[in-house]
Write a protein that binds this ligand. Structure first.
Ligand code: NDP
Length: 293
């Protein structure tokens, strides 16, 4: 692929996080800028928490077309923006900023990225086990309840009050008729069957975290239907310990790389005016980086 030129007219976007050196987003957006021959740039922006407001002012001053926002700034950034989408307000987190004539608008595309990737597998989630109750779980749950007609939802988390708070938020926002089942992580083994979608939104299994007891030995993957989808938001390593267990049991599985790509597509479209496509070349480029030592 030929490299697109960066001229004096280039549109510039970036990703704000702390730290930011692990982010795959610069590579992802560079791939699309080259693929579509767009005069633009996308840069990593390492912003310490105490500099967040100044960094957001800097986006305006430097006439950035926008930015992605990642850990730990997704909620903290909200007061510094001019306007927010309803979804960002509901989820209480922003991962996308668009500069509209000097006004900064915040949105959240994480959940949509997740659901687009899940639905691309052909499954229709009805019975869902959501593991984790942090920021990404909220985006994922918002998307699930916006796009799917769930019959049963269980939320399991290490800290049960966090899962209870997430369940209450979902029940209130979506006027859910069915009650949400809240579990401790240790209770998952007892209910580990009958789900058609199991999602890990915790950081357990992340490369270098050394969680040797994850997933627990007493989860019996043979009790799952082969067309259950086990989805891990973690994508580093590409095959997480949870996905390895799913593979060994012959269960459908997916890591979070598809979600990462799907959440980026509307961002790229908003900044650079082209709706980019996912391609095997793009996935190969990202996987190559993740597989390199
Ligand atoms: P948060 O910090 O908001 O939430 C972390 C969650 O993980 C909480 O439920 C927390 O439980 C749980 N957790 C953390 N450590 C442990 C542990 N040792 N044992 C049990 N539970 C634990 O993080 P996010 O929700 O923002 O991110 C979670 C993961 O999702 C990260 O790995 C992130 O990289 C990934 N992610 C992937 C995306 C993608 O595009 N694929 C997008 C966004 C996130 P508790 O409530 O008890 O603290």
């Amino acid at each position: 692929m030929t490299k697109a030129l960066i001229t004096g007219k280039a549109r510039v976007a970036g990703v704000i996080g702390w730290p930011i050196h692990h982010s795959l987003s610069p590579l992802l957006h560079r791939h699309w800028l080259d693929e579509y021959g767009i005069d633009g740039a996308y840069v990593p922006l390492a912003v310490a928490p105490e500099n967040l407001q100044a960094a957001i002012e800097g986006l305006r001053a430097l006439n950035f077309v926008g930015a992605n926002v990642t850990i730990p700034h997704k909620t903290a950034v909200m007061p510094f923006l001019d306007d927010l989408s309803d979804k960002a307000k509901q989820i209480d987190a922003v991962n996308l900023i668009v500069n509209r004539d000097g006004k900064l608008w915040g949105d959240n595309t994480d959940g949509d990225g997740f659901i687009t990737d899940v639905l691309s597998t052909g499954i229709t989630p009805k019975h869902v086990l959501l593991i984790g109750a942090g920021g990404s779980a909220k985006g994922v749950l918002h998307a699930l309840l916006s796009h799917c007609d769930l019959q049963h939802l269980s939320i399991a988390n290490r800290t049960v009050p966090n899962a209870q708070a997430l369940a209450k938020w979902a029940e209130g926002l979506f006027h859910m008729k069915q009650e949400v089942e809240v579990l401790e992580l240790t209770q998952i083994a007892d209910v580990f069957s009958d789900f058609d979608l199991i999602i890990n939104t915790t950081s357990l299994g992340l490369s270098g975290a050394g969680d040797m007891s994850w997933p627990p030995d007493n989860w019996d993957f043979s009790r799952l239907k082969p067309d259950t989808l086990v989805y891990d938001l973690v994508y580093n390593p590409l095959e997480t310990p949870l996905l390895r267990c799913a593979r060994e049991a012959g269960i459908l599985r997916r890591n979070g790389l598809g979600m990462l790509i799907e959440q980026a597509r509307p961002a790229f479209a908003a900044w650079f005016g082209v709706v980019p496509q996912t391609s095997p070349d793009l996935v190969y480029d990202l996987e190559k980086v993740l597989l390199s030592p």
